[in-house]
Design a protein around this ligand. Structure first.
Ligand code: ATP
Ligand code: MG
Length: 691
């Protein structure tokens, strides 16, 4: 009875508590719908493990983003403080092994580098760097140039990535996901071989390698045992979005599932386009002996009843799902809004006004979020917010890291770490006055084959006029290599050097300078250069309205986010943009039923982020890229197919701006009683003929 329940578990319901204290001999799966407290329960389980004597440094905590990992740590710390003062202290240092699969993988690989034939100085390429390297190899093989229809570098990389993450063979991936590239199978094969060889020669790993090398490493029995015993427990949130390699890694380090806990919701699987497989969570119960214990949670604590009702109705129509019933005790009389606006400009104006109105009503901007399908969809809104001086922070859009000047600086740091990294070197060297791609290419070619030291650096042939600049730069790199163990001091010398180049490189250098300052601030929050480079590459900070970077913590700002980046979060008021066919589902994703189903789950994820207020916006006109990116198109939109007419009365429907009343209509209506009916929408009918 309740007297036996430790205080720190008292806030949980019975099913959540069962999950939190379930014995760790048997693998555990918590599979449940949105807002039922899965993440919350996982945090309690971690605190419970600590209470039972687990060592925080031996817990492997895997979450979807670094931000989610930090949030998890905070939650655990709060709970641990209710266990005892000693446990509060224990948790206060955080968890050495928490983060994303990619982040944790990078650190483990560095630890074991020598044993698996990697240089411990390997550098990590982000997607753009990887595409650049792919392009270099492609050019070397003669697959590019005028008149060639060979797939573009981004497509080549996407195909490669799909093959790695799903571990299916190339022909198979081409046939099912990239049929228009199938004719290039042989050429792609040789391209990928060249790409792998280039990465190995340069000691660079791309995102996919972090998982692939990790999976290969624990594919060796002795390493698997060694790494497996480092971790007493492995706990994974958002398991529905893991891919084949990630599941294989977990199975390798916890072959009998002892100490393994995974948590997720199959109805929220939204990353299959990146190789994630919902099969991981669906098959989990039968993958171990003894089989996993499965716990379902049914009470939703997040959303009001009317919001949950429409969300449930949207997902209930999904073709395939693990059925679950969600209920909420949060009574409210407010129906979710379904608001028709003329176009995206009106949509932006509406959102801004409604946001301010809510702030007046006491809901701070931070408790409000605007969600959208693709990062570009918030463009109008961003303009309007900026015009009205409303601060916002944007998740999932153009990242800080993608800014050219930030990439420049990182390239210098990465190249100093690994002189064989051609892409970083090529970028860094061209920052010098008087050095172009030709010289830069020659230098990186030399160094790629040279011993990994920098004795040769100063002697590299450069054009006469660039001599002096080059020797200063070579000295800078040399200094960075010597100061590799100190941090963030070496960054100071790089910033100083780079600052002197900026006016020549960029017309708007001053604007960019504030980003560099921001980067310096971020850098000093990392313990060393290695952690800084790895985490910034894998999980860069968000872009904000404020050029100086992330708004101060005490400042209020509106949240803008792609739906993908909103996973796991919640806000008091949520507005979803462009809830129209062509956008949700996206024009680009209507190729197969599987793709459409993923779009449905995406809408479900968006709607279930809302606690008290949910507004779906339906612009009657919007621009789309067209199927397959066939160029800008202006389309007349209609309500998404995921909200069938039968569901409309669960919404409060309205138009904005409200249609003006025609003059004299009232007098006329008095004589013609039928005129009180809404006018016929002939325009909509005309459009309907073409749908
Ligand atoms: P998602 O599927 O979106 O990731 P989730 O299942 O992980 O959702 P949480 O984020 O853990 O759900 O919890 C949703 C909300 O419900 C949070 O605000 C959380 O604090 C609250 N909550 C969870 N469990 C309880 C409980 N037993 N009592 C009160 N509130 C709870
Ligand atoms: Mg969660």
């Amino acid at each position: 009875d309740s007297a036996d329940i430790p205080a720190y578990l008292k806030t949980l319901n019975a099913a959540q508590r069962d999950a939190a204290v379930a014995p760790d001999e048997v693998p555990l799966l918590i599979i449940a719908g949105a807002g039922t407290g899965k993440t919350n329960t996982l945090a309690h389980r971690v605190a419970h493990l600590l209470a039972q004597g687990a060592d925080p440094d031996r817990l492997l905590l895997l979450t979807f983003s670094r931000r989610a990992a930090d949030e998890m740590t905070r939650r655990v710390q709060t709970i641990a403080s209710k266990v005892s003062a000693r446990h509060a202290r224990l948790a206060s240092g955080g968890f050495a092994w928490s983060g994303t699969f990619h982040g944790v993988g990078a650190r483990l690989l560095r630890d074991y580098a020598q044993r698996i034939g990697l240089s411990p100085d390997f550098t990590i390429h982000d997607r753009e760097d990887s595409a650049d390297l792919m392009n270099l190899v492609r050019n070397d093989l003669g697959h590019s140039g005028k008149g060639k229809r060979f797939p573009l570098k981004g497509t080549c990389l996407a195909i490669y990535s799909a093959v790695i993450n799903t571990q299916r063979d190339l022909a198979n991936v081409l046939q099912s996901n990239f049929p228009w590239c199938a004719e290039w199978e042989n050429e792609l094969k040789s391209l990928y071989l060249g790409y792998v060889e280039a990465k190995q020669a340069q000691q660079v790993l791309d995102y996919d390698d972090l998982l692939l090398y990790w999976a290969q490493m624990v594919g060796e029995a002795d390493l698997a045992r060694e790494i497996g015993t480092r971790f007493s427990h492995a706990l994974v949130d958002e398991y529905q979005d893991t891919n084949f390699l990630q599941a294989a890694i977990l199975r390798a380090i916890k072959p009998d599932g002892r100490g393994l806990t995974v948590v997720g919701d199959d109805a929220q699987s939204i990353y299959s386009f990146r190789g994630a497989s919902v099969r991981n969570i669906l098959d989990f119960p039968t993958q171990f002996t003894p089989p996993a214990r499965q716990i379902a949670l049914e009470q939703n604590y997040r959303s009001t009843q009317p919001i949950l009702a429409v969300s449930n109705a949207v997902i209930a129509r999904a073709k395939e799902r693990h059925s679950k019933e969600l209920r909420s005790e949060r009574i409210s009389s407010e129906k979710p809004g379904l608001i028709t606006v003329r176009d995206e400009t009106d949509q932006a104006t509406y959102v801004v006004e409604r946001t301010l109105e809510r702030r007046e009503q006491g809901i701070p901007l931070k408790s409000q979020a605007v969600l959208f399908r693709a990062a570009s969809h918030s463009a109008r809104l961003e303009i309007e917010l900026t015009r009205r001086n409303i601060p916002f922070i944007k998740f999932g859009g153009l990242k800080f890291l993608e800014a050219r000047h930030v990439k420049d600086l990182l390239a210098i740091l990465r190249w100093a770490q690994n002189l064989r990294d051609r892409v970083s070197g090529f970028r860094a060297i061209q920052l010098l006055p008087g050095i172009g791609p030709k010289t830069a290419g020659r230098i990186v070619d030399h160094l790629q084959n040279a011993a990994p030291g920098c004795e040769l650096l100063a002697e590299q042939p450069v054009p006469e006029g660039a001599r002096e600049a080059w020797s200063a730069f070579a000295a800078l790199i040399e200094g960075l290599r010597q100061g590799a163990d100190t941090w963030p001091a070496p960054l100071g010398s790089v910033v100083l050097w780079y600052d002197a180049q900026m006016d020549r490189l960029y017309e708007d250098a001053d604007v960019r300078r504030s980003d560099i300052q921001q980067l310096t601030r971020i850098a000093s929050s990392y313990p060393n250069r290695e952690r800084f480079l790895t985490e910034l590459t894998l999980d860069p900070p968000e872009a904000t309205s404020d050029e100086a970077g992330v708004p101060l913590l005490d400042e209020d700002y509106l949240i803008l986010s792609t739906i993908h980046s909103a996973k796991g979060k919640e806000w008091n008021a949520v507005t979803v943009l462009n809830v129209v066919d062509g956008c949700m589902p996206s024009d680009m994703a209507t190729g197969s039923e599987a793709e459409i189903e993923e779009e449905r789950r995406l809408l479900y994820v968006a709607m279930t982020r809302a606690k008290d207020h949910l507004d779906l916006l339906l612009p009657q006109r919007f621009y789309t890229n067209g199927p397959g990116g066939t160029g800008d198109r202006h389309v007349y939109a209609s309500r998404t197919r995921f909200i069938p007419s039968g569901l409309l009365n669960a919404f409060a429907e309205r138009s904005w701006p409200p249609a003006p009343e025609p003059p004299g209509l009232q007098a006329w209506a008095a004589q013609h009683p039928d005129a009180s009916k809404p006018p016929l929408d002939l325009a909509a009918r005309m459009r309907g003929m073409w749908k």
